[in-house]
Design a protein around this ligand. Structure first.
Ligand SMILES: Nc1ncnc2c1ncn2[C@@H]1O[C@H](COP(=O)(O)OP(=O)(O)OP(=O)(O)O)[C@@H](O)[C@H]1O
Length: 328
């Protein structure tokens, strides 16, 4: 179980003035500003839950995960992971957790994958019979057989990520942190990786915390999401209830024949909202409980020349995008 209470992490930043005189001045009178990367957050995650921890770039996701792993010490607040305070007992915490951090590798670059796993077996003191059983399972589910004799540096991105995942789960940790585990991968590998994560959760009751910008990963793996924005929690609850709450929202992107200033047709005032205007594309959002997509389109066609349009549906992707942009 993970318990986080009133957790904050502030970074102290040195303010640099431009130019040489600014640099010299900075040597004598340093000015600091405080960045609240994580700002008073609280949540509890039970054993076996699979939670999507999501937010726009710079929202504070990695900072939270680093505190959960014990890499960073909080500025204030409390964390316990399986009863351990991570930053106080980093080593004991590490034996309980597994992690995949995007592009970074925990495998040894120049030696064959199998040998990396052997080393991890010794580091985590995994009993031989358990190691063999786990390796058999992983080799089958992640199709690792052809990769085991190859050094990591010779693997493609998708092959490397499959090997990384196996390494993260190898010592049967009770919690696994996954940061962008499917970034840049083709659909077939993504499917394999999602299946593997679900299988590990089902068979070992592993808690999974997933940070990703890929909403399909979230939809397929997690039942619960925590949305963080500027260090604060915007939403913590089930994906289904956020869909029920916001599922009636629609966004239509209109590609305008002519670029230029846009004013919302009077007939749409109070029914649709003008949310974005970029490079000749106007985006309107509305609730289909108030007005239908057909009515919005026909009103727009009365006043503007439209070249093309796309309707974003109410999948979690567009709901979350809307929440990132406009809050909850
Ligand atoms: N070591 C650091 N020193 C100063 N500021 C930092 C440091 N690490 C992160 N920050 C700042 O803290 C904020 C949160 O960063 P964090 O890396 O946690 O965001 P994130 O949600 O993981 O973003 P992304 O999706 O881009 O990975 C950002 O504004 C970032 O610039």
């Amino acid at each position: 179980m993970i318990e986080v209470k009133g957790l904050s992490k502030y970074y102290k930043l040195v303010e640099k003035k431009p130019g040489l005189s600014g640099a010299v001045q900075g040597l004598f009178a340093r000015k600091y500003s405080i960045k609240k990367a994580v700002d008073d957050i609280s949540f509890v995650i039970d054993q076996g839950e699979m939670v999507g921890y999501i937010g726009a770039n710079g929202a504070g996701k990695s900072t939270t995960i680093k505190m959960l792993c014990g890499i960073l010490t909080p500025s204030s607040g409390e964390i316990t992971v399986s009863g351990i305070v991570p930053y106080k007992e980093r080593k004991r915490n590490a034996s309980n957790i597994g992690a995949v951090f995007g592009q970074r590798t925990q495998l040894f670059w120049d030696i064959a994958v199998r040998e990396s796993y052997d080393l991890l077996k010794h580091i985590y003191e995994i009993p031989q019979h358990q190691y063999e059983k786990t390796m058999d399972l992983f080799t089958e589910v992640l199709d690792l057989g052809p990769l085991l004799g190859i050094p990591v540096r010779q693997l493609s991105l998708g092959q490397k990520m499959r090997c990384e995942l196996a390494a993260a789960f190898l010592h049967s940790p009770s919690i696994v942190y996954l940061d962008e585990p499917t970034i840049g991968l083709d659909v077939a590998v993504k499917v394999k990786i999602r299946q593997f994560i679900k299988e590990m959760n089902r068979s070992m009751n592993t808690t999974v915390i997933l940070t990703t910008h890929d909403m399909q990963d979230i939809e397929e793996i997690c039942k619960r999401i925590i949305i963080i924005d500027e260090g604060k929690i915007l939403y913590d609850g089930s994906i289904q209830s956020i869909k029920d709450r916001y599922g009636h929202k629609r966004i239509i992107h209109f590609e305008m024949e002519q670029e230029g200033e846009f004013t919302l047709p009077e007939s749409l005032l109070g029914k649709a909202e003008f949310t974005a205007h970029e490079a000749g594309v106007v985006s309107l959002s509305f609730s289909n409980l108030i007005i239908t997509a057909a009515e919005v389109i026909s009103e727009m066609l009365r006043f503007y020349h439209i070249r093309d349009l796309t309707i974003a549906d109410s999948r979690i992707e567009s709901i979350v995008q809307d929440i990132y942009e406009r809050g909850i």
